[in-house]
Ligand binder design. Structure first.
Ligand SMILES: *Cc1c(COP(=O)(O)O)cnc(C)c1O
Length: 393
């Protein structure tokens, strides 16, 4: 069984490139060149040196001893929260900007939910001196104000998406619309393992540095390269894809993806795509998708803007269908409680997204001594207002 994309751009029956004709030359140019560019020595050298000196990689793999004692488990946190700009997103934006340069692009567009991807995109555009336009839902602009300020400070233009739920999905629609109107000079930096082929594969490869490092770090800490569990939260699925990547072909490693159950899976206010979704097409690929009987996309909801997405990358739809990964969910309240616990026990304020992964530690039935690696996808600075508001829960 292969869990990687095939030559046609599919993971099993999921993936593909469902795009308007106007975008075909652009996507085809990317598809035919991305692997050659990414595998060239010149690219690898620049990417790796910036990952080290600019992003601050490798991110530590930290044995969380008080959290481990509390849960009676062996818990290691992969500290993506310590990356420059505060999350795993920079691994991907850095990779894509280096690629865009080599494709001769002059203008960068991006969509953002929590604002982490927007900030990471604005950051690498500043680094490379390229114009940057970020589309963001109006609701997210309100609830993620500090990140909006950061993007502007970094020189990006932030354009509000005013349609639908005015969150991530709508921002993505606006970005795609822009791309259709400016197909030649513009590179669209997609922020997760979503979108038409080759994006899901390309983004997973850029994020795979996470699991590559976990293997080396775990070996030096425990004498074993593979953990028993890898846990990660899933919005579109890029931090999970990166944390899973180098373990996909090792069945002894159990992969757990945590979705946002919002106010409860069946409350009508959730983003638990795998439970509520059916196959459908969103943003250029076939995947699992929350939708009505007649195929209209359902408005998702989560307290965390980064998980507030009605679909999931096609790689995850495939991991779900094949049973290679287990998909679970955590509610807003469970995530908040797990975040407060992590603050008090470890002195780490996690991103609300990552807190969904932490929330699963309470429910996980692992055997004594089994090693758990949890991908702490980002830090919680951007979520301070939400944490303070709910602190009396
Ligand atoms: C964006 C974001 C996520 C969700 O995106 P994925 O593509 O599913 O990883 C998770 N955690 C943090 C901190 C984020 O910023």
């Amino acid at each position: 069984m292969s869990y990687q994309v095939n030559e046609k751009g599919y993971y099993g029956s999921f993936g593909g490139a469902f795009i308007p004709e106007m975008l075909f030359p652009n996507v085809e140019d990317l598809r035919s060149r991305y692997l050659t560019i990414m595998e060239s020595d010149d690219f690898k050298k620049e990417f790796n040196s910036l990952l080290r000196d600019y992003v601050g990689r490798p991110s530590p793999l930290y044995y969380a001893s008080r959290l481990s004692t509390h849960h009676n488990k062996e818990i290691y946190l992969k500290r993506e929260d310590l990356n420059h700009t505060g999350a795993h997103k920079i691994n991907n934006t850095l990779g894509q900007i280096l690629l865009a340069k080599r494709l001769g692009k002059k203008r960068i567009i991006a969509e953002t939910g929590a604002g982490q991807h927007g900030v990471a995109a604005a950051t690498v555009c500043a680094l490379m001196g390229l114009e940057c336009i970020v589309y963001m839902g109006e609701v997210d602009i309100e609830r993620q104000a500090p990140n909006v300020a950061r993007m502007k400070l970094l020189g990006a233009k932030v354009v509000p998406a005013l349609c639908g739920s005015r969150t991530l999905k709508d921002a993505t629609n606006e970005a795609i619309r822009d791309w259709i109107n400016n197909p030649v000079e513009t590179h669209y930096i997609i922020g997760s393992v979503v979108g038409p082929h080759p994006y899901p594969d390309m983004v997973a490869r850029f994020q795979s540095v996470i699991s590559e490092e976990i293997r080396t770090q775990l070996l030096s800490k425990t004498g074993k390269e593979t953990p028993d569990y890898v846990i990660a939260c899933v919005g579109g699925g890029s931090n999970a894809a990166g944390a899973f990547y180098h373990f996909l072909d090792e069945p002894s490693v159990k992969l757990i993806a945590v979705e946002a159950a919002g106010k409860g899976i069946h409350s009508g206010h959730s983003a638990a795509t795998m439970v509520l979704g059916k196959p459908g097409i969103i943003h250029g690929s076939k995947t699992m998708l929350m939708q009505t009987e007649d195929g209209q996309i359902t408005e998702p909801y989560s307290i965390s803007a980064g998980l507030d997405y009605p679909g999931v990358g096609p790689v995850h739809a495939h991991l779900f269908e094949t049973g290679r990964a287990t998909f679970v969910s955590a509610t807003d309240e469970e995530a908040l409680a797990a975040a407060y616990l992590c603050c008090r026990l470890e002195g780490i304020i996690p991103a609300l997204e990552s807190a969904h992964a932490l929330a699963h530690l309470d429910k996980l039935k692992s055997a004594p001594g089994e090693i758990i690696v949890l991908n702490l996808s980002g830090r919680g600075d951007k979520d301070l207002a939400t944490y303070i508001k709910h602190q009396n829960l």
